[in-house]
Design a binder for this molecule. Structure first.
Ligand code: ZN
Length: 1005
């Protein structure tokens, strides 16, 4: 919106300067020179003329112009070298094309990250002794905004002023929603500048009405799991939970009853209030807010110490029958607000006999076009609502007409850049990869338009002519790494259906072609540039398979490795960021030309994932890391994940924007993408496995509206070649009460944001600082919460927390113990740590929570019981707390974090059972023989394999490789399982009970 929305005078305040501002906020593709790509016409179709189809990117200095024309076709008559050892020089000399440069240098981190500006109200009280690492505080500028449009808040008046009924008739398709959800304004709860505790007269003072917003759906009165709050008013249970500290019978480590601690053993539980209040909202799989209650004032925001924002997964997989409806306005054009460009949605209102509609985001009264006109019924609803999913559903997909295109929609395009050096061959990676790609050729989306191409490299770069008239591909070898050019530019990327036999011949022969290769070098950077030159005309997905540290040519990386001495110093974070600006610059160039990069890394040594992953991070891509890949062990994982990557529905050349109502503004974005302007996310490729997080802030001191609307719009090219806009719309209530914000908090969204912020922080600060920031946020939030409720209820030494956030401390602890953030030098390998960070930045909420608090299931009882009844599994196998005490040495357990399984065999387990499940002698050391689980010819084995299959099918985004561990078998047991039992005290990190006591002490200070 921004420039398109005159209502937003404060929009151009420059880059955000929060400590967590994503470094990409001012990446090379900045707003000063927007790409005339797909985004501009997309969001202002009426003002931007359609670009000629033949010139896809007519921005100054188009790469297609500067790059491709310089390609010279292969000289006729000179045969291209066919397969042969890749040691020959270039078959001929071509002039090197000029490598397109972006107009701006790559950007360094925002300079003021170290000194976040906290407005006075955000400063921790002086008595606070918790570590004072600020985290994600909104920039000061946000707090100085005042709007003359907003009358000063009057303490005596209603804090929510409903607009005149003439301007807000009832919602179409949802009669009376407004009147049923907005109760008469309750008395104000605060005066300007200060906060007075409400003094309700009723005995249950924490009814949900005190916050200025009525009709809060019932909060589940949860008591199981956490200690019954004895001594606390019963009504309180509905709002918050408490834990006895100090005097509980059977107390544990300093007085906390560990059994009473809340645990998310049912996985992600979404707050029901949000969807219940606004049934026309998009499903929470697409959009989740950290709280469904939007604070109405800056002072309230300053007391909400958790992130205020959203997690968006625009293409999340929908169960069958719940697919997003496709709406085609055809010649009419997509109905959007004239002023703010909001897409028509269930929350717009029709007036004037159906001739006008009011925008729910900016309140502008728009004319209804003739061909969109419908009469209204007596309640003000359009009579044709049932024919318009865009007016009844929170999620729709509009077919975009020509003005949303600057070039013909691109075909799905897959380009592979494959390391063929000795380690790639010896590990078996090359073979598994080639077989997998071949097996997916029929399932690549977009047939018959799909394009495909390959480059391989070691110390030289090998191109493959895949022209459909050939029977075998022709290889061309380029050894001059300083002067990269592309031979035969027209035949390197080919239409898959036309060149299918050549592509298959290539994939069949690829492993044997290099089987005797002893080359250890990696001309990664030059190969990357070559891939760029090939792909820059169309864009697409670049899949990189890398087995060694890039060693030759531009972008070569040093074996800088991990260094114990820098941990704990202010240089520590530099280990986790790319050393050479080449990678960020290339990522910027790729994004600009609609190329998404997925990095598959396989090395058994340091490969500098921090640098390689940058390519995925800024192009909307993904990092897959298979340390010490060996096909015998890892082939299933690679096969599954590569197949998923190749065949999942993908949105191409996409941009995404999230709009919100007046007075609220998105300030920072977190995930894998590049910001093209202040609020437009460039996503060369998006799929169902990606989520993006963003934070918002109030632009005004006080919000005068009672509802804030959010609208996510993803403009993309579908694999079928249609240009589409997927739109998700949601409403949230504005409240004047902190308690209400807590009541409607969404732990999953909060944790997703906290996690992303902490990982970003670890790129500028020490790990310890990032962890402290997580802890501090939780402490501050609980402290504020305690202030709200403790006085009247004399909770004493009781730890109190909102029911909605009861798992937050545990997830916070897990976050601090996650591979990305835990410990220091010895606690996670550097590459592994960086890979985990890149992965977590893109995870959807449920996946993130599963990773942070994996499931632990005891399965021996189920395995022994006959016969297998499917629904018995869920009955018998309950999730267990992640503590070593959960493990009985007579049992078998499955640990599942969504990325791997660990199957743990107890020491006292009957050898007969083990014999039924694994081939080896029960006494075999699992570590020595790479024992794998395969289905054996007995019921028990079939049942176990059935469980694993079922767990894998629950979420197909990654493949859980199965590791077998025997009790007491060190160090594997420790590494695979014990270290991941997050509730235990492991490796110098607190256990859950200790962590709660620490937090409680800090809250009380
Ligand atoms: Zn509008």
């Amino acid at each position: 919106m921004g420039t398109e929305n005159p209502n937003r005078p404060n929009f151009h305040q420059g880059p955000t300067s929060t400590p967590f501002a994503a470094p990409q906020t001012n990446m090379p593709i900045g707003s000063s020179r927007p790409m005339v790509g797909s985004q501009l016409p997309a969001f202002r179709p009426t003002s931007a003329p359609a670009m000629p189809n033949s010139s896809p990117f007519s921005s100054p200095g188009p790469p297609a112009g500067s790059g491709t024309p310089r390609f010279r076709p292969m000289q006729p008559g000179r045969p291209a070298p066919s397969y042969g050892p890749p040691t020959t020089g270039p078959p001929q000399r071509f002039s090197a094309p000029q490598f397109p440069q972006t107009s701006q240098p790559p950007v360094s981190q925002t300079s003021n990250v170290g000194q976040p500006m906290l407005p006075p109200s955000m400063r921790p009280p002086p008595s606070t002794h918790v570590p004072s690492v600020p985290m994600g505080s909104p920039p000061q500028s946000l707090y100085t905004v005042s709007s003359s449009n907003n009358p000063p808040y009057s303490a005596s008046g209603p804090n929510i002023q409903p607009p005149p009924s003439s301007t807000r008739p009832s919602y179409p398709g949802y009669p009376g929603m407004q009147s049923s959800t907005i109760s008469p304004p309750p008395p104000p709860l605060y005066n300007q500048g200060g906060y007075a505790l409400p003094q309700p007269a009723i005995p249950a003072p924490f009814s949900s009405h005190q916050g200025g917003y009525g009709q809060v759906p019932p909060v589940a009165s949860y008591v199981g799991g956490s200690a019954p709050p004895t001594g606390v008013t019963p009504g309180l249970v509905e709002d918050f939970s408490s834990l006895s500290l100090g005097s509980a019978p059977g107390s544990y480590d300093g007085g906390l009853d560990a059994k009473a601690l809340p645990r998310p053993l049912d996985g992600d539980v979404e707050p029901s209030s949000f969807a219940g209040m606004y049934p026309m909202n998009c499903d929470s799989r697409y959009l989740r807010l950290t709280t469904g209650a939007i604070p109405n004032s800056q002072s309230l925001v300053s007391r909400w110490h958790l992130p205020l924002g959203a997690v968006v997964s625009p293409l999340a997989e929908a169960p069958e029958g719940e697919e997003v409806p496709i709406v085609n306005f055809a010649t009419m054009g997509i109905v959007r607000c004239r002023r703010c460009r909001t897409y028509v949605n269930p929350y717009v209102t029709f007036t004037d006999g159906g001739r006008k509609w009011r925008c729910n985001i900016c309140a502008l009264l728009n004319d209804v076009q003739n061909d969109y006109f419908s009469h209204l019924d007596a309640t003000g609803k359009r009579v044709d609502l049932d024919q318009h999913p865009e007016l009844t559903k929170g999620s729709v997909e509009f077919v975009a007409p020509a003005e949303y295109m600057v070039r013909p929609p691109m075909p799905p395009l897959y380009f592979f850049m494959i390391d063929v050096s000795i380690s790639a061959v010896k590990s078996g990676m090359l073979e598994v990869m080639a077989q997998t790609i071949k097996s997916c050729l029929d399932k690549l989306p977009g047939s018959p338009r799909t394009q495909i191409g390959f480059i391989t490299f070691d110390s030289t770069i090998h191109f493959y002519n895949m022209k459909s008239s050939l029977t075998q591909p022709q290889m061309m070898v380029i050894s001059d790494l300083d002067d990269i050019f592309v031979p035969l530019p027209d035949d390197l990327l080919v239409n898959l259906s036309e060149s299918r036999p050549v592509v298959e011949a290539f994939l069949d022969s690829l492993p044997s072609m290099f089987q005797d290769n002893v080359n250890v070098e990696s001309a990664f950077g030059p190969a990357l540039k070559a891939a760029f030159l090939v792909m820059s005309q169309l864009g697409g997905k670049l899949l990189i398979f890398q087995s060694t540290l890039p060693s030759l040519g531009v972008g070569r990386l040093k074996l800088r490795g991990d260094d114990l001495r820098v941990y704990g110093t202010d240089k520590e974070h530099t280990l986790r960021i790319p050393e050479d600006p080449f990678y960020k610059q290339m990522a910027a160039d790729f994004t600009k030309f609609q190329v998404a990069v997925n990095v598959y890394a396989f090395s058994d040594k340091y490969t500098d994932i921090a640098s390689l992953g940058t390519l995925a991070k800024y192009t909307g891509g993904q990092v897959y890391y298979y340390p010490s890949f060996h096909s015998v062990i890892h082939k299933d994982k690679l096969r599954h994940e590569l197949a998923r990557d190749l065949t999942r529905e993908t949105a191409w050349e996409a941009v995404m924007r999230i709009r919100c109502g007046k007075g609220v503004r998105f300030t920072s974005y977190h995930g894998n993408f590049m910001l093209r302007s202040t609020d437009l996310l460039a996503l060369p490729a998006v799929d169902c496995d990606k989520a993006y997080a963003m934070q918002f802030a109030l632009e005004e001191t006080l919000l005068t509206t009672q509802i804030v609307y959010f609208q996510v719009a993803l403009l993309y090219t579908a694999s079928c070649g249609e240009r589409r806009i997927r739109v998700h719309t949601a409403a949230a209530s504005v409240v004047a009460d902190l308690g209400e914000m807590y009541r409607q908090a969404d732990t999953g969204a909060v944790v997703s944001l906290l996690g992303r912020l902490a990982i970003e922080k670890s790129l500028s600060y020490k790990l310890e600082d990032a962890r402290n920031a997580v802890q501090l946020k939780i402490v501050k939030a609980l402290k504020e919460y305690r202030k709200l409720y403790s006085v009247q209820h004399r909770v004493g030494n009781r730890m109190i927390y909102p029911e909605s956030l009861k798992y937050l401390p545990l997830y916070g602890l897990s976050l601090c113990k996650s591979t990305a953030l835990r410990g220091g030098y010895a606690d996670a390998q550097l590459d592994e740590r960086c890979a985990a960070g890149f992965t977590m930045m893109a995870l959807p909420v449920k996946k993130m929570l599963k990773l942070l608090y994996p499931s632990l299931l005891r399965v021996d009882e189920y395995l022994i019981k006959t016969p297998a009844v499917d629904d018995e599994f869920d009955k018998i196998c309950k999730r267990l707390p992640l503590v070593a005490e959960s493990l009985d040495s007579r049992g078998i357990y499955i640990f599942d974090d969504g990325f791997r399984f660990v199957v743990w065999f107890g020491r006292m387990l009957s050898p007969d059972i083990t014999r039924n499940l694994v081939e080896e002698d029960p006494a075999t050391d699992f570590s020595r023989n790479q024992v794998c689980l395969t289905e054996r010819n007995n019921d028990m084995s079939r049942k176990l394999m059935g469980i694993l299959k079922k767990l894998r099918e629950a979420d197909k985004s990654y493949y859980q490789l199965c590791h077998l561990v025997r009790q007491g078998e060190q160090p594997r047991e420790g590494f695979f399982l014990l270290l991941n039992l997050v509730e235990d005290q492991v490796g110098g990190m607190s256990g859950y009970a200790d962590w709660m006591l620490q937090i409680h002490r800090q809250v009380q200070q």
